[in-house]
Design a protein around this ligand. Structure first.
Ligand SMILES: Cc1cc2nc3c(=O)[nH]c(=O)nc-3n(C[C@H](O)[C@H](O)[C@H](O)COP(=O)(O)OP(=O)(O)OC[C@H]3O[C@@H](n4cnc5c(N)ncnc54)[C@H](O)[C@@H]3O)c2cc1C
Length: 405
């Protein structure tokens, strides 16, 4: 039986290990920390659960397939979560004025009708801000595109790469219809636990607290870490490749889950995204109790803060973060409620910054031959979301099977 080494046991490392083990490889999985899951995890509190980072996956066929093969009954979002808010002086289901909406339709529709959707395709080296102002206009860029993208990528659209983020929409590949989200009944930790159990059943050896040295490994190696960590691992053996990886910047995010004595009932929905320009630090809020059923004993929300320009927020002590959020919550939702409990997760330099720098680095990576026997994996390569990571796990396992099977 051939051995494959997987470094990093976040969602990328866990899922690629599963696929490799299912193909009959002996998998050795190395994790530098004392647990598997990476960014994924769920904290238990007396008032309900608090997700550390991701709260769900997009419900693709592959994601549903993963839950079903792991024997994990998925939790689907409530009807109430279909409503989403965008802030413009107050939370709004549609933040554009009547005139701005007409201008948007007048600007986009004729172009698409004549040239097809490819006329909207972003150019290389273009930021989302530039693309938006060029293609959909200033107000839709500020109040729709900006907050939506910042909610996913955790950074302002002034720096995000349009072609990395929107390019796949115009690639011509068939896209399946959006069917919503799914998670484990006990949150994302449920998924991590089920993955870990299945890996152990399949004979995958999980080495926690590991300080693996590539020189000691024989056989194919999957680097399922951040680009920075992959760059350090490859520095000695493959300096040129390592240098390109080292150019990829990471950004920081913080999730703050707040449990209240009483539910806010004015805005019932998935959450509210907050554009820049209102002198508010929060990027968005998830109204957890209106998203998933029966998980919480009391009403709670998760607020997201940070990004490249606001990294210093992560250094604030808990009491200052709570004070800042109490003020902003009052400005955004008009609520002042008694806090029962909270959980803060500070993710320093934990997410790839999907900026023009990453666009250039990925173009450079395509030019430098991948060192033989090494396979890069992770959220900086084909998408930040878990469903994209899962797709790449399948693809890497197929590739290794065809090259080393
Ligand atoms: C606040 C927040 C909210 C999010 N919300 C969502 C969401 O709702 N839906 C969604 O799809 N995505 C979401 N994401 C993104 C998603 O969670 C991540 O993209 C994904 O979990 C990354 O998985 P990964 O395995 O690539 O990386 P990681 O989870 O970072 O795992 C990498 C692992 O490698 C280990 N490692 C590093 N160096 C070494 C080494 N030298 N040796 C061994 N091990 C090493 C690390 O310890 C870590 O365990 C969110 C992210 C954040 C921060």
């Amino acid at each position: 039986m051939k051995t494959v080494h997987v470094i990093g046991a976040g969602f990328a490392g866990l899922t690629v290990s599963l696929r490799l083990a299912q193909k009959g490889f002996q998998v050795e999985l190395y994790e530098s920390s004392d647990r598997v899951g990476g960014l994924l995890g769920t904290d238990q509190t007396p008032y309900g659960i608090a997700e550390r980072a991701a709260n769900a996956l997009i419900r693709t066929e592959k994601a549903e397939g993963l839950f079903s093969e792991l024997g994990l009954t998925p939790s689907f979002p409530l009807e109430s979560s279909k409503k989403r808010f965008l802030f413009r002086n107050s939370p709004k289901a549609w933040p554009l004025t009547f005139l701005e909406t007409l201008t948007l339709i007048g600007r986009v529709l004729p172009r698409v009708l004549i040239g097809g959707k490819k006329v909207l395709r972003p150019q290389a080296g273009e930021t989302l801000l530039n693309w938006g102002e060029r293609r959909i206009g200033k107000a839709p860029t500020r109040f729709l595109l900006g907050p939506a993208m910042q909610g996913i990528y955790g950074n302002e659209i002034t720096h995000l790469s349009a072609s990395l983020i929107l390019g796949p929409l115009f690639s011509g590949a068939k896209r399946s219809k959006y069917k919503g989200l799914l998670t484990g009944p006990g949150g994302m930790q449920d998924l991590v636990d089920h993955l870990q159990t299945r890996l152990q059943e399949l004979g995958v050896k999980i080495h926690l607290n590991s300080n693996v040295n590539l020189a000691s490994l024989e056989g194919p190696v999957v680097l399922a870490t951040s680009a920075k960590a992959a760059s350090v691992l490859l520095a000695e053996k493959h300096p040129e490749f390592s240098k390109v990886l080292s150019k990829i910047q990471m950004s920081s995010l913080m999730s703050v889950t707040l449990f209240f004595t009483k539910a806010q009932e004015e805005f019932k929905g998935f959450g509210c995204l907050i554009p820049r320009g209102f002198d508010l630090k929060a990027l968005g809020v998830l109204m957890n109790s209106y998203i998933f059923k029966d998980r919480d004993k009391t009403y709670n929300e998760t607020w997201i803060l940070g990004g490249q320009q606001e990294e210093a927020l992560l250094d604030l002590p808990d009491n200052e973060i709570l004070k800042l959020l109490a003020d902003e919550r009052f400005r955004i939702l008009g609520q002042k409620d008694t806090l029962l409990d909270y959980r803060i997760n500070r993710w320093k330099k934990a997410l790839p910054f999907y900026d023009l720098n990453l666009e250039n680095a990925l173009a450079d990576l395509a030019e430098v031959p991948e060192p033989a026997g090494f396979y890069l994996h992770g959220n900086y390569l084909s998408g930040i979301g878990l469903s994209k990571i899962l797709e790449r796990s399948d693809w890497i396992a197929e590739k290794i099977a065809s090259e080393h099977g």
